[in-house]
Design a protein around this ligand. Sequence first.
Ligand SMILES: *Cc1c(COP(=O)(O)O)cnc(C)c1O
Length: 394
Amino acid sequence: MTSNSPIYLDNNATTPLDPKVLEAMLPFYKEKFGNAASFHHGYGHEAKQAVEHARKVIAQELNAKIREIVFTSGATEAINLAIKGVCAKAPPGKNHIITQVTEHPAVLDTCAALKKKGWDVSILQVDSSGFVDLNDIKKEMKEETALVAVMHANNEIGVIQDIAEIGKICKENKVHFLVDAAQSFGKLSIDVVEMNIDLLAASAHKIYGPKGVGCLYVNQKMPKVQLEAQLHGGGHERGFRSGTLPVPLIVGFGKAVEISSIVRNEENERLYQMRDKIINEITSVHTKVILNGSKENRMPNNVNLCFPGIDAETLIMKMKGIACSTGSACSSANLVPSHVIKALGYGNELAHSAVRFSLGRFNSIAEIEAAIKEINSTVTMLYKRSSSHLLVHL
Ligand SMILES: *Cc1c(COP(=O)(O)O)cnc(C)c1O
């Protein structure tokens, strides 16, 4: 983007590619073009080695075994494979899934598809801070439960669920546990063994990697997760996911994880400071503004605010210098208020006033200062306008 492009504050939707990631990918679009499944010659061998290096980096990041990582086209596909794959292999009598209301549509819509096929799906509510209640999970567990799906960090409000505690409950009940970690993988440290996670979905394009690649971690230690493939073909990825591997994308994914694991601590510290600066400097000027979701257990890059009395779409359109969004990229195509904001207990009107500002690696403090100025002045203008409307109506 050019120097007068809007300030990019939509990093929860997708992140720009890190130039170092692109650099690592380029040779695999040029001279290193081999098929990772063609092992009879150097071209294929080189590609295979690059894929296996990325797999090792990703496995290490999760404290998983190399053979437990299955490459997919992204987190959506990984989640579909996990839910449909586990349900297809579930023993007779197991026909119940537990999930929660603020999940990404990749989880909720896949569960809805299974419900149509006769599965029993429990969707737990969250409290006003966005947390699912551990006791609700315990209460909902039954003989028939095959799977629990709870996300790590929420994509709209950045709230971080207590995955380790939920993992314990699942283990005690011998139920598979799926975690959608699209917003946290690479950014927060995750240990699938310690946290008792059986299945975990991740995506490259949320951590400065390329779009079109992600992975599913599948626990292959005892007790192994039995998973039915959803794509059949050449038997790639140990039979879990057939299809020629997109070598350049996988190399980019590995590089993105490598960089994230190195810069994570410092980067999160910087993001926390910028995040809190935005929250503080907006809520101190506009005291009616509400921070959506817990402030304490929240991703360092996420700000989500309700501007009571203001329509979020109008506010976003007026702020020409800022690229941000209402809730998730997936639901902003329609004008239904966010299911996540509504789950916090807000009515439709308040939910329609929610705006997400999500920060990333390439945001500077100067950009954050400029953004705060523009947000505050635009909100002031809209409040003035609405109060003058009120006067006219009186
Ligand atoms: C982005 C996202 C997804 C979907 O990931 P893709 O790789 O784009 O398919 C799923 N869940 C969450 C929480 C996300 O943020």
